[in-house]
Design a protein around this ligand. Structure first.
Ligand SMILES: Cc1ncc(COP(=O)(O)O)c(C=O)c1O
Length: 195
């Protein structure tokens, strides 16, 4: 909010590092909201440890660039490890998490990595995206409590049922798998071996 001390004209920035938007005729309140977000000081290419981003949304600059960003996000032909992605919104993709996912995939020799905020979010999303009503999960008979609850209380509401077996016995696993089985689920290390 403007106060009696608020200058009536545009704020001056250091002449050594002029504000890149200084010729744009925004008033002080607009500048206070948007800040000095564009600056040549924002070059992270020489950081040894990449800085964390805290942007939830990213500047798209134009509707064309935004459209290209959505297209590239949805298009599996774009290799984002070879070109700077057009970041749109952090739930879709953002550089800090993206680097973590790439490194985890490399460490596990996987094709891609996907990070979630919690373990149960990862487990629920994985199962929900791989199953539909009528499908079946085959799981080991000792599981983390909330995963057991997901499989016995919540997934059945979506028509997805779990058959629990002793996975130390290969014959039991083979017997439990049917044409409706979409996921074979176990934890390593198993709960019993960690208590
Ligand atoms: C085997 C296993 N699965 C899932 C979870 C759930 O993780 P979160 O509490 O991050 O949702 C845990 C948590 O300890 C766990 O040990």
């Amino acid at each position: 909010m403007p106060t009696s001390k608020t200058p009536k004209t545009k704020t001056k920035t250091s002449s050594k590092h002029p504000h890149p938007e200084k010729n744009e005729n925004y008033d002080l309140r607009t500048r206070l909201i948007h800040g000095s977000m564009r600056t040549p000081k924002w070059d992270y290419s020489h950081h040894v440890v990449p800085p964390l981003t805290s942007s939830a949304t990213f500047r798209l600059s134009s509707s064309q660039r935004g459209a290209r960003g959505f297209f590239e996000f949805a298009c599996d032909r774009v290799d984002t490890t070879r070109q700077v992605p057009i970041y749109i919104y952090d739930r879709l993709d953002e550089p800090t998490r993206g680097m973590l996912e790439e490194n985890l995939a490399a460490a596990e020799q996987g094709e891609i990595g996907v990070c979630f905020a919690t373990g149960m979010a990862a487990i629920s999303a994985s199962i929900a995206s791989l199953t539909r009503s009528g499908d079946q999960v085959v799981a080991h008979n000792t599981l983390y409590g909330c995963t057991y609850s997901l499989m016995t209380n919540w997934l059945p509401r979506q028509g997805v049922n779990t058959r629990f077996v002793d996975m130390r016995n290969a014959k039991e696993i083979a017997k439990a798998i049917t044409a409706r089985t979409r996921i074979v689920y176990f934890e390593t290390p198993d709960r019993k071996s960690v208590v």
